[in-house]
Design a binder for this molecule. Sequence first.
Ligand code: IPD
Ligand code: CA
Ligand code: CA
Ligand code: CA
Length: 286
Amino acid sequence: MDDVLQNIMDHAVAVAREAGQVVREALCDEKQRDVMTKSSTVDLVTQTDQRVEHLIIQSVKKKFPTHRFIGEESVAAGEACVLTDDPTWIIDPIDGTTNFVHSFPFVAVSIGFSVDKKIQFGVVYSCLEDKMFTARRGKGAFCNGEPLQVSDQEDVRRSIIATEFGSNRETETVEKIFSSLRNILNIPVHGVRGAGTAAVNMCLVASGCVEAYYEVGVHVWDVAAGSVIVEEAGGVLMDVEGGPVDLMSRRIVAANNGTVAHRIVKEIDAFSPTRDDEDSSCRAEL
Ligand code: IPD
Ligand code: CA
Ligand code: CA
Ligand code: CA
């Protein structure tokens, strides 16, 4: 099984690199950044997102024809999104589409692989930085082959916290975002940052550059790969209400340690998804 999984992971790394090359080239061609919208005027997609997802899925299907897929842009096309026990590739072809459209330089290809609904490995290729983040359950986390370790900071007042504004602009949601942000800033923390991609934010936690990342409204393809990278770098995952994380629940806290994670949970004060967030076609098969 060990060799089989390694073979699958090697393919994920190769295809992520190939996809990243396509993304880099597309950045230089305005046509390939032409914007279409999905659920709202700020929920963007481009033909490059769709092309890259197609490229990844076709490449994997050729090698592993029985595997299943959950890909952001395939789900948008109306396919069911159910996480089963089967070997499943969870793909975000471009994490940071808004960054991509604006040439803001953090854009990642994110690939997680699950069996029995557990993420076995994660690959995040931050293509403009040319950083390949990888982690396999029980085997550590790496960036371009160098081991990753979360920050050892226990004091949230000496921490940088990452979060995002997402693409839900309902008044109620925006107010919740700002009230949690106000609490965090008032701790006070050293700083608040956001790379514009959930996957890169999680890799920043794994790299020890930020102590925690939290967001409500994320999908499984945003966080699947990053989740194992954070854990394998020594970090912890938590639900925003403090319990164990459910990657299908659309909310996550990823932190360097439990002390910081619990403090973030306390300050964001049970920031539950709005009705709109819960109305997701994604669920785990029971
Ligand atoms: C988004 C990014 C963003 C986060 C959103 C995600 P996309 O993914 O990760 O940082 O705030 O929640 O949907 O749409 O660029 O793949
Ligand atoms: Ca998107
Ligand atoms: Ca994403
Ligand atoms: Ca995406």
